[in-house]
Design a protein around this ligand. Sequence first.
Ligand code: ZN
Length: 237
Amino acid sequence: MKFSFSKGSFCAAAALCLGIGLIFYSKDRITDSVYTDISADTAPIIVLDAGHGGMDGGCSSADGVPEKGINLNIMLSVRDMCRVFGYQTDVTRERDISIHDSGIQGIANQKKSDMDNRLALFNKYPKAVCVSIHQNKFTDPVFSGAQMFYSPTNPESERLAQIMQGKFVENIQPENTREIKLCGKELFLCYFCNNPTIMAECGFLSNPEEAAKLKTEEYQKQVAFTIFEGINEFTSQ
Ligand SMILES: [Zn+2]
């Protein structure tokens, strides 16, 4: 079953339940959005991954801010938004940690165990939609903008990537002309997950302007809401 939220009810619910200022999203398009009634038995569980953590900071901005914390902030906001709208959720981490098994020695072995455990969670539920959240980096600081990666493992992943890419353009990056990209085994989590899965590179920490935005709570919330909307549209179709 599906129903439409009015602009007013959406903003009231968001502000009340999330305690965050989603007022910036009170655009006309909200009126047209369709949100799923998650009480149905067919609803998928949303599994979210904040990339890196603990000893693995991921890429960093020029002034040394690692992506792991940005990823975590965005992911936790996406989770909260999903919960507000009735989705069941699960996440790979809620803190700045690696999730490798205890007793594993050596950074390489810990990293392998960490990735294995993330993949196990992504494949734990038969009807999951999975999103791994990351930030990008390139040698040339001119590049910016989100890009979604998907694998051929599940045929629905491409549709999820396309919807999510469109949401970034529609919501926060109107100049973004990037296209979704098929990934290989190097994107371990994305490639080997059997559920619809994307790796969302939300922006470039190597671009000073984009890095400055990504470090702010306000922009992190905008990115989170964009990802939430992408997930919701995917599950609603
Ligand atoms: Zn990363």
